[in-house]
Design a protein around this ligand. Sequence first.
Ligand code: SF4
Length: 447
Amino acid sequence: MALTGVEIFKLLPKTNCKKCGFPTCLAFAMKLAQRQATLDACPDVSEEAKQKLGAASAPPVRPIIMGTGEKAVKLGEETVLFRHDKRFVNPCVFALEIQDTLPDSEIDLKIKEVLDSEIDRVGQKLRIDAIALKNTSNDTGRFESLAKTVAAKAPEVPVIICATNPRSAETAAVVFSNKKPVIYGVNSENAEAMTGIAKTYKTALGIMAKGLDELANLTEKIKSLGVEDIIMDSGARKAKEILEHNTLIRRAAIKKNFKPLGYPVITFAQREDSLVESLIASIGVAKYSSIVVLSSIEKWKNLSLFTLRQNIYTDPQVPMQVEQKIYKIGEPNPESPLMITTNFSLTYFIVSGEIENSRVPGYLAVMDCEGLSVLTAWAAGKFTASKIAQFIKESGVESNIKHRELIIPGYVSILSGAIEDKLDGWKITVGPREANGLPAFLKSRAA
Ligand code: SF4
């Protein structure tokens, strides 16, 4: 069971030295109990207390790594029910199912789709993260052939080996040995055999249960057999069931610290209708699935699911920011225009994207406004005439350009006079209100 704040407090040094960033040991203990702080913030905690508190402060959803190298993904490690309580930690993984009954050409096509799925959105690389190989044929030779093809053509992509037949599972585990795959398909009949394979090849195990009670019993059984890296499938397939089971599982793990359900969840979203599949997948993304398996990965579907995932797994208390500096867009020369905006990531990527679209090279001065967008930063007093003037003076941009003209966003046109007063010899030009007006604006000036 989780320790209370007072129980944790009794194990702390009680010196109130503040090194942990909290005013007292009691305040730190309360935050630890709420899982809003981690024990490593206190440098003076004793080894004995570390052991006791370490177990108590372990995340209620076990962290598991799938795959190796740069494309390895981390699952679980979640500590809250709602992202506004703290944040969700490890983004849900999208996996494309490839069945071993497919012709070779289709298998190749699906592998290529996974490899080509990566996009860049506000500075983050987003992709279909994994392949779920399915032993639909129940034929071990056929499954081995699929495993070898995937291992050869997508060696860096993490895999989920979906097989209920232990021989098939082991054959694929051999192909992916040392690649940290997940073997999914453990049930009450094959649990001993599958656990043996997982221990030999050091894989995680995915349980395929029929309901939450059987799921909890199976995780306990697998754990008693010596495997602790477990992924859970409660058997939910309908939207309502997925939502209910995932919520009950997360609540049991977080609120009750119920260890038998303290593992990442896998959701199978496959549907014939791709739109329905996207909707099922989005329930998994929003409500606690650590892996969502898809049957197809059209670009439109990826884009919407990637965007949803990125938003849900962004820390709501920390706006996404880019570095304050003068960015060169294209290959600007000393006559090229100079524009200014704030350092909210989305603002930066939209504005710089539109400048690129204009094909007019320029300089974009990105000012640190603590990750706020232009209007919000202005309203909060962080994007003011004096701060803009100071930033431009200190940025060194004057040595890169011959002119002295600064283009400001149309939404803060009200600042133009005040900036001119503070930036001696500069002309302030009001640009378009929306970034999508920039291409026409810049082209008309360059004409
Ligand atoms: S660093 Fe440790 S000893 Fe110091 S106040 Fe925080 S919890 Fe107490």
